[in-house]
Write a protein that binds this ligand. Structure first.
Ligand SMILES: *[C@@H]1O[C@H](CO)[C@@H](O)[C@H](O)[C@H]1NC(C)=O
Ligand SMILES: *[C@@H]1O[C@H](CO)[C@@H](O)[C@H](O)[C@H]1NC(C)=O
Ligand SMILES: *[C@@H]1O[C@H](CO)[C@@H](O)[C@H](O)[C@H]1NC(C)=O
Ligand SMILES: *[C@@H]1O[C@H](CO)[C@@H](O)[C@H](O)[C@H]1NC(C)=O
Ligand SMILES: *[C@@H]1O[C@H](CO)[C@@H](O)[C@H](O)[C@H]1NC(C)=O
Length: 498
């Protein structure tokens, strides 16, 4: 409906320009790094990913704890890679043996790069309080996209701004950069597959797709090049828009999660070796490591937290984006039958709460939400999450902010926020994108505790200590705290089974 409304209004705009897509200028120096992104890669290591407009045979990074002495150097074992229809090449370098929670300076090796810095990951078991942000459904801001100001039903074309911190959510993440240590982004990044919403792009879909990707990841780089940025897939990474008649126009590089897989495939972690003294936990973590399939499903640990990133798009029964699935996106599979669920079970079973008391699972499509729930996701994942006492489920896909009481099997936990057995759930899908915000509407579960569908927002998850977890929603434009809640968990059992 939204699409057809736009098409009626579009001829005027279309008449003005059948121009090329708004590709960012290619730097003269093709070693110039763009689209920088960091990720937690191991208990003492990170990955640094970036793109270049020419293949690099030996991508390297110089780094050190003093800005004046980048005395260490790490290089990739392979040259950079690309895929059909892409203009850029992906580079990944791993920095290992880092001292925990320490500021490092780094410079990507190039005749045209500058020095940036990051905080190295906290070792699993470090009980220092920290905050991670959940940013989901964050889309492009540029000539090939749209954003919304004020009226949530209205799309505005906006000018290209390079580099842009003008997207309200990216801007807030920049303003608040000292208040959080990492970001999880389970799905829906550039909304590049929405290129067809701009009629000017109809004849230049391939370029428009790349232009939106390049603009978006350029705009994100000031954040993702500073903070660990943990990615998992959403439906907008899958293929061509969920409109069948466009299939014939679908660029090869857009099908089957191609850009997502290339961009994040070598930079998201596997499962960490267990730091537990319990042999069975060590064996289970090894099993999970063999079953992990980054960037689609994997886990990592950071201080008091064990975080599992799952794939709600493919690789379970009736997965919406799988071949023949309900979304018509025909992607995957990325593992053998049941591999993802076997991974999740082994991974959660391995968690030693004496080391990482808090367990988060993050994925794209929610099953607790106002509006359309992913019931196939619920059937696949909810039972395993409950069994191993997951504390918080973080989802997006629905473009607004929602917080639920701890709930299992559609029943609110009788303990509420005071030591529930069931996970607490949030939807943090209001970060802002071309499709705008979604209304919460009246078909909402009665265990919905908070909802906001009026402003762009993201969630912050603060690990205060081993018993208290503070979840807040932040209004991107103003920084106002829209909602704040504290989940108390006694975490008395070292290995939870229920
Ligand atoms: C150097 O990099 C900047 C962006 O970081 C870019 O604007 C500029 O064009 C590059 N210079 C050359 C010579 O490629
Ligand atoms: C990390 O440090 C250990 C011992 O200090 C050393 O054996 C290993 O080679 C180092 N690894 C890297 C990648 O530098
Ligand atoms: C966009 O952000 C830049 C840099 O943060 C700033 O200089 C500029 O004024 C902003 N533009 C708008 C329209 O807000
Ligand atoms: C060791 O870990 C397993 C789970 O991996 C758990 O079932 C068992 O109770 C643990 N043993 C002890 C002594 O904690
Ligand atoms: C998508 O890619 C995966 C991994 O390369 C492959 O196993 C799968 O068959 C592909 N699916 C389709 C529909 O092409």
């Amino acid at each position: 409906m939204r699409v057809s409304t736009y098409f009626q209004a579009a001829p005027l705009i279309a008449a003005c320009a059948l121009a090329d897509a708004n590709l960012p200028p290619v730097p003269e120096d093709t070693t110039t790094p763009v689209q920088q992104r960091l990720a937690v890669y191991g208990p003492n290591s990170i990955s640094i990913g970036w793109n270049t407009y020419a293949q690099q045979s030996n991508p390297c990074v110089d780094y050190g704890t003093s800005i004046d002495s980048l005395s260490q150097r790490s290089c990739a074992t392979t040259s950079s890679t690309t895929y059909p229809t892409s203009r850029t090449y992906e580079n990944v370098v791993i920095l290992s043996n880092l001292t925990s929670a320490t500021t490092y300076y780094y410079k990507i090796d190039s005749s045209n790069s500058s020095t940036d810095h990051f905080l190295s990951p906290r070792t699993p078991g470090d009980s220092t309080p920290f905050t991670l942000n959940a940013v989901i459904d964050l889309g492009v801001y540029g000539e090939d996209g749209y954003t919304i100001s004020g009226d949530i039903t209205k799309k505005d074309t906006i000018p290209t701004v390079q580099p842009a911190l003008n997207h309200t959510t990216i801007g807030r993440l920049a303003t608040n950069v000292d208040e959080y240590e990492l970001i999880i982004h389970p799905g829906d990044f550039a909304y590049a597959d929405d290129w067809f919403l701009n009629l000017d792009n109809l004849l230049v879909g391939e370029e428009a797709y790349q232009a939106i990707l390049e603009n978006f990841y350029d705009q994100l780089a000031p954040i993702s090049g500073r903070k660990h940025y943990m990615a998992s897939p959403g439906n907008h990474e899958a293929a061509c828009g969920e409109i069948p008649y466009l299939t014939g126009l679908c660029p090869d590089g857009q099908k089957n999660f191609t850009d997502f897989m290339h961009r994040f495939g070598k930079s998201m972690p596997g499962v960490f070796d267990s730091a537990s003294t319990n042999l069975s936990a060590q064996v289970l973590a090894n099993t999970a490591k063999e079953l992990a399939q980054p960037p689609f499903w994997y886990s990592f640990e950071y201080g008091m937290a064990h975080v599992v990133m799952i794939n709600t798009e493919t690789d379970f029964d009736d997965a919406p984006d799988s071949v023949g699935g309900s979304a018509g996106l025909n992607g995957g599979p990325f593992g053998s039958k049941n591999q993802q669920l076997q991974f999740l079970e082994a991974d959660l079973a391995s968690v030693d709460r004496d080391i990482t008391p808090w367990v988060l699972v993050a994925g794209h499509r929610p099953w607790y939400t106002s509006g359309t729930a992913c019931t196939a996701c619920q059937e696949a994942f909810e039972g395993i999450m409950y069994k191993y006492g997951v504390d918080l489920g973080v989802f997006g896909h629905v473009h607004n902010a929602q917080r639920f009481q701890p709930v299992y099997n559609n029943q609110a936990d009788a303990n509420g926020m005071d030591d529930p057995k069931a996970p607490m759930y949030i939807v943090a899908g209001g970060a802002g994108n071309i499709e705008g915000l979604s209304t919460i509407g009246s078909t909402k579960p009665d265990f919905l505790e908070f909802g906001n569908d009026e402003v762009y927002s993201y969630a912050t998850v603060r690990f205060e200590d081993r018993n208290n977890l503070r979840v807040e929603f932040v209004a991107s434009a103003t920084g106002e705290i829209l909602d704040s809640s504290v989940l108390y968990k006694s975490h008395g059992e070292r290995f939870v089974r229920q």
